[in-house]
Design a protein around this ligand. Structure first.
Ligand code: PEP
Ligand code: MG
Length: 583
């Protein structure tokens, strides 16, 4: 029978391009559906049947947990699967089931009512304890309770790790942990209502090479699961129910892009060197050891930023020293002979991770709060544990350390004092480490940029974290789509700060890199080259494109461009100079 339904209306939404590429597929709208259940008093002769129904729900929950454990193990590794083991333990806890069955049998509650009553009582007890550890255990128990409830109601649970078909994920927001739990092989792309280009979900999407558009404001209101959707991560567009012509154009564009990236891959083993022989280092940013293969595959000559705080994601207990160590050793070995810069954990901001410490995850302005080095200096045991692991792994490859969110010389000195203490301790125990390990400072606050001459005297290198440097300089929250248009890497204040930092590092005889997203933005590559940047550390997928630009450039001309741009009187003349630049 012919389909007589009117064709669905095609809608184009504009958002913020977060990860390049084109994704085409059926939408999967990711949202937690409300569970609606009824409480009912049982007749005595219904009790047996109700117990069976409850046990069946528990058994189905167990199967579901085991399946997702397998997936997490495969994609994210052993340490993340441990979180799922906790859920299994709770489910198998005899008390949990016994209490519920008691309520069904003795108080004649239906299974839903008994489950809610038991969860409520556990929740109340744990809340009274007030401790961070118990708060997290309570969350675990509630999660398991929710799963059991879904099975009682016959409702499938929605998580990104158990997606079974290729889809475009549409969500109001995605946390870094939700992004990391996406299956790259099944995710055509994602589109979210909120978020900015340098939100960590966007950065992870680039690492996973998933096309993404964020900050669409109300994409979830326009899309239903099953709608055909195009995610254009290059232009920041999402097209819902595209016309045949539009769809055809995008299919062609996608093919061209795949062919182009194959061409670009041919540059893999060529140096990042300009036409007039100026050589820079092109390195990659990673968030997990699994990304090393892609980085090397795209020709990375090092890891310019390893965001180690992602080790803390998707789990409820901070990683042990051994877990840190194993992780760093793997990356160090795989990257040899190239160096790996390990950024000590930058927890806080949009990465509020479970640490078991109180007071930092309910701050009103987390980006201005207890974040990065501040948190490490406050909770020194956590910091020391990480430093010990890095030092121990340093004999396995070429590791360097870098501190995030430094705002003063005193913070750098205090961090170095702790590092020396850890070194002394290791030496006393006869544990080997690289005595010449370099220590660098991230320049991602205006204060650090303004004193970069002083910081450069006491650090081995500097690395510009422009994602934050821009946010703090122009006072624009990097994850807030409402002010995304003000988040401008070409703001003269930002360019002047960058120029100052590069100059300061060179004056002190130190090298300087950039590991913020700006380093992978092709529109500014020649300015950064001309300013004298020594290392560009970018998402692995951006390496070939940036290398092509660098290899086609003249260093001498790029220096002239940089000076001209710095002397612009306003944005209009700056942009004009940039767009008319040849060479
Ligand atoms: C930055 O701020 O530029 C940076 C590289 O660190 P992150 O994006 O992890 O804050
Ligand atoms: Mg930063």
């Amino acid at each position: 029978m012919p389909d007589t339904r009117p064709p669905a209306k095609s809608i184009v939404l504009r958002g913020i391009p977060a990860s390049p590429g084109i994704g085409i597929g059926k939408a999967f709208v990711f949202k937690e559906e409300a569970l609606s259940y009824v409480f009912r008093a049982l007749a005595r002769d219904e009790v047996r049947k109700e117990i069976v129904r409850f046990r069946q729900a528990v058994s189905r929950t167990r199967t579901e947990i085991l399946q997702s454990r397998d997936k997490v193990l495969k994609v994210l590794g052993k340490s993340h699967a441990a979180l799922i083991d906790v859920h299994l333990l709770i489910l198998e806890d005899a008390l949990f089931s016994k209490d519920i069955e008691k309520k069904i049998t003795q108080e004649l509650m239906n299974a839903e009512a008994a489950l809610v009553a038991v969860l409520d009582s556990i929740g109340r007890t744990f809340s009274k304890l007030g401790d961070e550890y118990f708060r997290q255990r309570k969350d675990d128990i509630m999660d398991v309770g929710k799963l059991v409830m879904r099975h009682l109601l016959g409702q499938k649970s929605v998580t990104l790790s158990n997606l079974s078909e290729r889809a475009v994920i549409v969500a109001h927001d995605l946390s870094p942990s939700e992004t990391l739990s996406m299956r790259e092989d099944l995710t055509e792309g994602f589109a979210t209502d909120i978020g900015g280009r340098t939100s960590h979900a966007a950065i992870l999407a680039q690492g996973l090479e998933i096309p993404a558009v964020v900050g669409l404001k109300d994409v979830t209101a326009h899309v239903a699961t099953g709608d055909l959707v195009v995610v254009d991560g290059n232009e920041g567009l999402v097209i819902i129910n595209p016309t045949m012509a539009v769809l055809e154009n995008y299919r062609k564009a996608r093919e061209i892009q795949i062919a182009e990236s194959r061409e670009l891959e041919k540059l893999k083993d060529l140096p990042a060197q300009t036409q007039d022989g100026h050589r820079v280092v092109l390195a990659s940013n990673i968030e997990a050891p699994e990304e090393v293969k892609t980085a090397l595959g795209h020709g990375a000559e090092g890891i310019g930023l390893y965001r180690t705080e992602f080790l803390y994601l998707n789990r409820h207990r901070p990683p042990t020293e051994e877990e840190h160590f194993e992780n760093y050793r793997t990356v160090a070995r795989q990257m040899l002979p190239y160096p790996v810069i390990i950024r000590t954990m930058d927890i806080g901001g949009d990465k509020l991770l479970p640490l078991g410490v109180s007071g930092f995850d309910d701050e009103p302005n987390p980006f201005l709060g207890l974040r990065g080095i501040r948190l490490c200096l406050r909770y020194q045991d956590l910091f020391k544990l990480q430093l010990r692991a890095i030092l121990r792994a340093s004999v396995e490859g070429k590791l360097k350390i870098m501190y995030p969110m430094i705002t003063s010389l005193e913070e750098l000195r205090e961090a170095n004092r702790i590092l020396e203490e850890v070194k002394r301790d290791l030496s006393a125990k006869g544990v080997a480490f690289d005595k010449g390990l370099e220590v660098g400072v991230m320049i991602e606050t205006p204060s650090a940029a303004m004193i970069s001459d002083l910081l450069a005297q006491e650090a081995d290198f500097l690395s510009l974290g422009t994602n934050d440097l821009i946010q703090y300089t122009v006072a624009v929250d990097r994850v807030n789509e409402n002010v995304a248009s003000l988040y401008n890497p070409l703001h003269l204040a930002v360019l002047r700060l960058i120029a100052r930092v590069i100059e300061a590092a060179h004056q002190a005889g130190k090298w300087v890199g950039m590991c913020g997203e700006m380093a992978g933005d092709p529109t500014v590559t020649k300015i950064l080259l001309g300013l004298g940047l020594d290392e560009f550390s970018v998402a692995a997928s951006a390496i070939p494109k940036i290398k092509l630009l660098l290899r086609g450039a003249s260093y001498e001309r790029a220096q002239k461009l940089a000076q001209a741009v710095l002397q612009s009187k306003d944005q209009e003349s700056l942009l004009k100079r940039l767009s008319t630049f040849k060479g």
